[in-house]
Design a protein around this ligand. Structure first.
Ligand SMILES: [Zn+2]
Length: 328
């Protein structure tokens, strides 16, 4: 994911600082009506964490590398093992520097016969450059992307395990998008990001594909992460933003998901999915106003397993499961 520009970031920070204090994790839920009873299967944070570690064990997952191919095979097999009907969408797209990238968008469909659907997605590729790393000599090396990439996929793999065991009212599709993070490091060239999701949005795996809403997870494993309400999400799908934050609050996770209008503007896979495919989507993404954004691991070599917290994966995963199993 990429912040649109520094002015937008500054605006986000200014709004954040005006909007009151954020809370520490594990505070009680926000005041309001009592939580609604929903039967939700238990999200297992140990499984989610293991799925993150298994991706990271392949090394950086950069298109056109053997590790990328191996991880793609792992992800497709994992979804199939949970009972999903899997489609692997292969394509060649062009990177900002002209490199043809062989990409794979990996789709797992649960209850594909149902017309009413929900789309869950994350990017599975990792950034080919550590352009934010403090050590300038290592900025050309690819990152491990434990949080930026593997965390969202890990939570969705655990979600897939639940979906295979306990069907939902709606059909659910999980898509792991490729080439989200291959963006141009030297220019604010927004079209060089989100290549896989933009390709899918123009040519979905099924002609005429529709879903009621989309939910994107990106960088959902940070220690003490704060997830704020991102501007595009509020614009595309304000009701889903409210549902998600309410679910988190019902579970006691208001510290991770403060219900404040902290906003920032960022380019991520929910933009093409909403704007090109027409599926109103939200982005669950770490953004800590106090420390200037995504966290110190972002696009650096510190984005390894030490950057991933099992309790944060659990907060996001349980909130997501509550939303998914509440949809009628
Ligand atoms: Zn990134």
């Amino acid at each position: 994911m990429k912040i649109r520009n520094l002015a937008a970031l500054a605006l986000g920070l200014a709004l954040a600082s005006c909007s009151g204090e954020t809370q520490s994790p594990a505070e009680p839920r926000q005041p309001g009506p009592p939580p609604v009873q929903v039967n939700v299967p238990a999200f297992n944070p140990d499984s989610a964490y293991r799925y993150v570690a298994e991706q990271v064990a392949f090394g950086p997952r950069v298109p056109n590398t053997p590790a990328h191919d191996s991880c793609a095979a792992y992800l497709a097999a994992k979804l199939a093992s949970f009972g999903a009907e899997v489609v692997v969408q292969r394509a060649t797209v062009q990177a900002w520097d002209g490199t043809p990238l062989r990409i794979q968008n990996i789709v797992g469909q649960f209850q594909p016969e149902k017309a009413s659907r929900l789309l869950l997605f994350a990017h599975w590729d990792t950034r080919p450059y550590a352009d934010e790393d403090a050590d300038a000599s290592r900025r050309q090396e690819p990152i491990l992307g434990a949080n930026d990439g593997a965390s969202g996929v890990g939570v969705l793999l655990e979600m897939a395990r639940l979906l295979g065991q306990t069907p939902t009212s709606l059909g659910v599709d999980i898509i792991f998008f490729d080439a989200e993070d291959y963006g141009n490091p030297t220019a604010s060239d927004m079209e060089s990001w989100c290549l896989g999701s933009a390709h899918w949005a123009r040519q979905p795996h099924k002609a005429g594909y529709r879903a009621r809403n989309g939910i994107l997870l990106d960088m959902v494993g940070g220690h003490g992460a704060t997830f704020t309400q991102e501007s595009y999400s509020l614009e595309y799908a304000p009701d889903m933003v409210r549902k998600f934050w309410r679910a988190a609050s019902d579970l006691g996770y208001s510290g991770y998901f403060p219900v404040v209008e902290t906003r920032f503007v960022g380019i991520d896979d929910h933009v093409p999915v909403s704007e090109i495919a027409g599926i109103p989507s939200i982005n669950i993404i770490q953004f800590n106003p106090e420390n200037g954004g995504f966290g110190s691991f972002w696009h650096t070599h510190d984005d390894d397993m030490d950057a991933v917290s099992k309790t944060t994966l659990e907060a996001v995963g349980r909130s997501l499961a509550r939303v998914v199993y509440s949809e009628q």
